[in-house]
Design a protein. Structure first.
Length: 275
């Protein structure tokens, strides 16, 4: 049986994973299901954007490996901003290797992702050992993992039985896997709808969200916040729709767009609550 629509607050009370609970509580407290993806290459732009969007988001998504002038103090500042504005951090690392290697990539190197990123993600392509590897580092730290069960891009291979197997892998490791990068609700997928009560509570974080354009020149596809919330997604991930496409970042425009997307995501949620 599919779930009736549940509020973020209700889900927060019951969720067994600390990172998932923290995210659901933050969403409820800030009335924001918006995650801003800060895909810029200069340290100054990265930190300025985060400071300005901070009040409007539940989560900041990073690709720290694209920052040209990366230095460890960036992480300390990011953590200060996370406390100042009350948001969680999601390094979009998309791990995809054997367990031993991903454990090293997660814990070590220049970025030491596990030490500061509340949530990270992985491709399920290697099978369950990728979860075991990442959990060996992340679980003791109270982190949460998302599996990429679907992608937003044209021609994505993550469909059908691949998606279904990803959900089964997550269900078997739901002490560490808190949900998915996907385009719709993943609850109940791969279960027999006739004989199983659906007790899944996976978070679905959804990229490919834009209010003004339908895609880019490199295969990205956008839907509106209302479309993705209606499809059963929980968090909208927005990048260029908020920080723009040009080389120069217009910080006032960034703030206006963050507020616009927060309002759109939240009103889509409130509509569903009232159904
Ligand atoms: O299927 C996906 C998965 C991810 S995590 N499609 C995506 O676009 N992403 C990420 O979301 C991508 O790496 C980028 O950081 C962000 C979308 O950015 P935008 O500028 O297109 O909104």
């Amino acid at each position: 049986m599919p779930h009736k629509f549940r509020s973020y607050a209700e889900r927060a009370q019951k969720h067994p994973n600390a990172a998932a609970r923290a995210l659901l509580e933050t969403i409820d407290r800030k009335k924001s299901n918006l995650c801003v993806s800060v895909d810029v290459t200069a340290k100054a732009d990265f930190l300025n954007i985060i400071d300005v969007v901070g009040p409007y988001v539940c989560l900041v998504k990073t690709h720290v490996d694209i920052i040209e002038d990366f230095e460890p103090s960036i992480i300390a500042t990011l953590q200060d901003l996370s406390k100042k504005h009350d948001f969680l951090i999601f390094e979009d690392r998309k791990f995809a290797d054997i367990g031993n290697t991903v454990a090293l990539q997660y814990a070590s190197g220049v970025h030491k992702i596990a030490s500061w990123s509340h949530i990270t993600n992985a491709h399920p392509v290697p099978g369950p050992s990728i979860i075991t590897g990442l959990a060996s580092v992340g679980k003791p730290l109270g982190r949460g993992l998302l599996l990429l069960a679907e992608m937003s891009t044209k021609g994505s291979l993550a469909t059908g039985s691949y998606t279904e197997e990803a959900v089964k892998m997550a269900r078997a490791h739901n002490d560490f896997v808190i949900g998915f990068i996907a385009q719709r609700s993943m609850n109940g997928i791969g279960k027999n709808p006739d004989d199983v009560e659906d007790d899944d509570d996976f978070l679905v974080l959804t990229p490919g969200v834009g209010l003004d354009v339908k895609g880019d020149a490199m295969g990205q596809q956008y839907r509106t916040p209302e479309e993705v919330l209606t499809a059963g997604c929980d968090v909208i991930i927005v990048g260029r729709g908020i920080y723009g496409k040009g080389a120069d970042v217009d910080i006032q425009a960034v703030q206006a767009q963050a507020e616009r997307y927060r309002a759109a995501g939240w009103s889509a949620y409130e509509k569903l609550l009232q159904l």
